[in-house]
Design a protein around this ligand. Sequence first.
Ligand code: GDP
Ligand code: MG
Length: 442
Amino acid sequence: SLTDKLQNVFKNLRSKGKLTEEDVKTALKEVKLALLEADVNFKVVKQFIKAVEARAIGSDVMNGLNPGQMVIKIVNEEMITLMGSETTEIKMQPGKSITTIMMCGLQGAGKTTTTAKLAGKLKQRGKKPLLVACDVYRPAAIRQLQVNGEKQQVDVFSMGDNQSPVDIAKAAIEHAKKNSHNVVILDTAGRLHIDEDMMTELQNIKEQVDVHQTLLVVDAMTGQDAVTVAKEFDDKIVIDGVVLSKMDGDTRGGAALSVKAVTGKPILYVGMGEKLSDLEQFYPERMASRILGMGDVLSLIEKAQENISIDEDKEKEMAARLKKGKFDFNDYLESMKQMRNMGGLTSILSMLPGMGKQLGNIESMIDEKQLAKTEAIILSMTPDERKNPKLLNLSRKSRIARGAGVDMAVVNRFVKQFEQSQKMMKQMPGMMGGKRRGGFGG
Ligand code: GDP
Ligand code: MG
């Protein structure tokens, strides 16, 4: 599956320390193949790969993430963009007592089922829908809508199979007015293939009945064909949105990824099964993470992002103090907290130019195992001592050692290291406030 393939690609990336242009290109070549195999439109794939590549090469790796995760982040974001970024709700027509929705699509796509599913959703929103049997070519279709309507406990309007769909729709709207329905959903007839008669019939309904929303139902299992169908319907009758049915099947994700890019029309809902409750709002983020199949990495990325915004103000403050050479134990405590949040000091420092050599030093200073001890030492200091490290004489240090439950030597070593790092930081005034924020916003 696409998910498996992508995971393989990223596993290879994840085992590498640093991401080069070559790495990005190689990985994206595989992503490209995987997407094509998932039946994503080739133009969409080309555009997608270009966008990811442009962002990935030369972008800063975010704190708390490794280069591979950074590429995942970009691939994920671009996928979301491709699918339309935000969730589109079905709109009620402003200023009208009745909103009329026309369902269309090929035969077997899931129109009748989706009509009944949608009625359930609208009922939950306090609406009173009326379902209309406009498929006059198959008597079984009328019965199917009636059965489904009954299950949903919503009214179904039908006039048998001797009337034209336009006349049925007109009569249904009159019926809806009299019976205080506020949503009318027209279940129309499909054909096995795109067909002039079908398009003409739908055009007629749109022209002669006040249709406010035209929703196209396409079968996700048909992959790229679903996208082609969507394009043709939109060209001929203009659709407002798409319902992607049968996403519960062994679908390859291609349709979900390309519909918006090819037609410009959003996916509103996805069908997740045959049951009438199996209709879900379409969330581009969820679909992207489903396709990527990397819930753990994506939540890590989210966490890293959250920490950044929370810590941003404190960090600015700290950077200012640093420039003035006023970095004290309180700042140290704060920065320890931040570094912990961000997934390790080393990953942050390794991104600073010229920090390679110093890294060993600092790493041992803030080794995770020592972190708790260090914290205990600082917490055993008085507020004055934390603000002014120069106060720390022998008796104060011995009191602190007892408070923290460590040997005096440990306190001595820590204070010495702190003074050293203070000196070092003074020599690198740009360190905390500068460059490393560059790549975050994307
Ligand atoms: P229509 O010809 O477009 O009206 O299609 P139908 O609503 O009659 O659906 C055709 C078949 O697809 C039926 O057997 C439905 O139960 C099935 N179906 C519709 N939507 C879904 C879905 O989201 N998942 C699954 N698994 N089956 C669906
Ligand atoms: Mg039908």
